[in-house]
Design a protein around this ligand. Structure first.
Ligand code: NAP
Ligand code: MG
Length: 454
């Protein structure tokens, strides 16, 4: 029997909705529907599939404000971030709509015949997403999967299901069949695991914690089921003495406190060259104290609340008052608020240096030279993103090649563009999303040899 999950607004603590939590049996039924949907979807002419995806993208674009407002209420995102996120979903769908007619195979020279490769859709894809960026992360999975000809079952996080449910309605209104794109709500250990265990699910795309990612990979291994994993991070923002200190310091708060630090790409370790340590920190302190933490519905808001009271407890457990260098402010009263917090910890074995806090907390450390910066930055189980600030482009590129990380930026903090690949090294993940090759993750390559000598 289904249970009901209560969905709250993290900025006000008010109940927003009650959403059914599916059972294992209901998940199994959804997979059977998705199998039927797959047969229908893969048989569509590529141009028709592309047209339906473009109609879906257009619907998302025309509902941008509604989707953004929904995410502000459900996830506590600032309205400016949420608008970007809804727009990103439309962009991602449109970009992959353009790949449907470009799922090209190869013709490979062979003796005695012709050799052809075909890209064939995998089948039913299960997409399990976290609560931190509910909409964009879902689209990074479902858009290329649908473009490749797969059917999709999307499982949103239990705390943030509302935008996913609305996206499914928009997809169906745009003409994408119900069985081709389903959203199933419920608890990860029930619905999520049922998707992973189901032999009729051909692939799992998971974004979330490394702990759950490891479990999913273990379960999937029993069926040799492919997985794409986008997991945690503990990325470094590295400031060299030859950097533009004003720009580096004024942007550094947003590299870690954006979305209240609930960002897998958060640069939650700040490595500063010793020769400019004080000069940088002075500028950084002013920038941190200027971050506007307020009601996320306000146009001026730069940071909202954390997602749940339990998560706030967890974040707070990492902060030892004695290590705080300085911190910003946050509202009092209802809502799961936590101030932007800067801690100084030189001991790299400390749990706050090693573990993903996933809140607005940044650990500052100092380094002497390039080799020291590389050693500190790579001394992590994770390897997702990172930033390098220097006016020496040779050094910037040397550092970028030396860091064990999947998405780096020099003199900026960008991580995600829908047309460039995104994903992690080490325990930050497996496989890549976005970029020109993302549809390959949803295809088998079939090789066919035709004997022309007969
Ligand atoms: P989480 O607890 O791992 O949950 C992620 C998703 O997995 C949720 O939908 C969850 O469902 C589901 N789930 C939980 N247990 C499961 C199981 N045994 N089998 C199948 N599914 C299961 O992560 P989170 O706390 O929501 O999100 C924060 C984490 O996501 C952070 O570590 C962050 O770094 C990571 N993240 C990574 C990226 C990236 O691209 N690399 C992007 C964003 C976030 P319920 O919500 O119902 O439990
Ligand atoms: Mg969870």
């Amino acid at each position: 029997m289904s249970t009901l999950q209560i969905v709250r607004n993290p900025a006000t603590e008010q109940v927003l909705a009650e959403v059914p939590g599916a059972t294992v049996e209901e998940t199994r039924e959804a997979v059977q529907r998705a199998k039927r949907g797959f047969r229908e979807w893969r048989a569509l002419a590529p141009g028709d599939r592309a047209t339906l995806l473009r109609a879906f993208g257009a619907a998302v674009l025309s509902h941008n404000e509604e989707l953004a407002q929904l995410e502000v209420r459900n996830a506590g995102h600032t309205i400016s971030n949420a608008r970007w996120e809804a727009n990103n979903v439309a962009d991602v769908i449109m970009y992959y709509a353009g790949s449907v007619e470009r799922l090209l195979g190869q013709q490979i020279p062979v003796a005695g015949g012709v050799d052809l490769t075909f890209k064939e859709p995998l089948g039913v894809v299960g997409i399990i997403v976290p609560w931190n960026f509910p909409m964009p992360i879902a689209s990074w999975g479902f858009a290329p999967a649908l473009a490749a000809g797969c059917s999709v079952i999307l499982k949103p996080a239990e705390t943030t299901p509302l935008s996913a449910l609305r996206l499914a309605e928009l997809a169906h209104e745009a003409g994408i069949p119900q069985d081709v794109f389903q959203v199933i709500t419920g608890v990860g250990s029930v619905v999520g695991e049922a998707l992973v265990r189901d032999p009729d699910v051909a692939k799992i795309v998971f974004t979330g914690s490394t702990r759950v990612g490891v479990r999913i990979q273990e379960l999937a291994a029993a069926q040799v089921k492919p997985v794409t994993l986008e997991l945690g991070g503990k990325s470094a923002n590295i400031i060299f003495e030859d950097a533009d200190l004003d720009r580096a310091a004024s942007s550094a708060p947003y590299a870690v406190f954006d979305n209240a630090g609930q960002d897998c790409c958060a640069r939650s370790r700040l490595l500063v060259q010793a020769s400019v340590f004080d000069a940088f920190l002075e500028r950084f302190e002013a920038a941190v104290k200027a971050v506007r933490v307020e009601d996320p519905t306000l146009e001026t808001a730069e940071m909202g609340p954390l997602i749940t009271p339990e998560h706030r407890e967890r974040v707070a457990s990492y902060v030892d008052e004695n290590t705080i260098l300085f911190r910003g402010a946050c509202p009092e009263g209802p809502g799961y608020w936590y101030p932007p917090t800067v801690v100084g910890i030189e001991d790299s074995s400390h749990r706050s240096v090693r573990e993903e806090i996933f809140g607005p907390v940044v650990v500052v450390q100092r380094f002497t030279d390039e080799a020291h910066a590389i050693a500190l930055a790579n001394d992590s189980d994770y390897g997702l993103s990172g930033s390098i600030w220097t006016s020496n482009l040779g050094r910037g590129l040397r550092m970028a090649r030396a860091l064990e990380s999947g998405a780096l930026s020099i003199n900026s903090h960008s991580s995600v563009r829908y047309w460039t690949p995104f994903g992690g090294y080490k325990r930050s993940g497996l496989g890549r999303e976005l970029g020109p090759d993302a549809t390959d993750a949803f295809c088998e390559t079939k090789n066919v040899f035709i004997n022309t000598e007969l």
